[in-house]
Ligand binder design. Sequence first.
Ligand code: C2E
Ligand code: MG
Ligand code: MG
Ligand code: MG
Length: 284
Amino acid sequence: RAKKAGGNRVEPYRPAFRTSGTERMQIETDLRKAIDRKEISLVYQPIVRLADGEIAGFEALMRWEHPKRGNIPPSEFIPIAESCDIINQLGLFAFERATIDLSEWQMAVGDLPIFIAINLSSAQLLNNDLYDDVRAILSKNRCEPEKIKVELTESLVMENPEQARLVLGKLRDAGLGLALDDFGTGHSSLAYLTRFPFDTLKIDKALVTDPSDKRAVLLRSVIGMARELDMQVVAEGIESEADAMQLGQMGCDFGQSFLFGPPIATDAVARLLRERFPIVRRAS
Ligand code: C2E
Ligand code: MG
Ligand code: MG
Ligand code: MG
């Protein structure tokens, strides 16, 4: 696989990617300029407490509005960014943007008991500056580390488990939450739970919506295991009220899916929070 200019790693070929090699290189070139051109933004999807339906937090999800190709989903551009150095810049952009947005919501609505989940590519863990960069962003934007939950997927962590464990340990010691994303997809394995200090498990949509009659047994086991490990559990992609209720009864703490609300822009978040937390607003 061709090595990208300025890249410090070579990625395996990803056959699932729908574009050709030349197209991919063009997208990489465009992606390098996308932040400066203000084509990258974040949207936020509510994470809801199953016990009472209240909003517990939001996951920040990246969007790229390409001037010619329109909206390119993160499932396409994040792997490209990860195969070269762009992921570090994109990842820090998301961190910066999310902390600024959070501070703006707090100014508008009051000091809310909500967290922001930010996806961190495991490729970013290989960057020695990551921890210091994150700390600098948090202090610059006066963001309490406890309000941020970092979400991680992908086997890349295992490429350098010692480095990953060091950085994740430092983030946790600084007060940030750590969530293992997409659990049950094969990208995340049980070994991660023993090696890294995760406090939250996000069960992937594929398992949550599995049509098999073994689904309930698997979900109950996974949730039970997480709780015994003192982890909180988020179920992704819940499709019905009945499933939400069942997962709640199994001990799952949170749900995140179109059922509870799609990802929305930052000003829509402020409106939603004002509506959902009127008392906090009066007190502030
Ligand atoms: P993820 O972290 O697992 O995020 C959840 C994905 O599921 C999001 O897709 C969300 O829009 C989608 N989703 C939420 N509820 C439902 C539902 O009820 N049904 C279905 N079918 N889908 C639902 P999105 O925004 O396209 O992001 C895809 C992936 O791209 C994310 O998966 C994450 O791995 C990655 N990603 C997104 N933003 C970032 C980022 O800022 N940095 C990094 N490193 N990765 C990101
Ligand atoms: Mg995530
Ligand atoms: Mg996920
Ligand atoms: Mg995912």
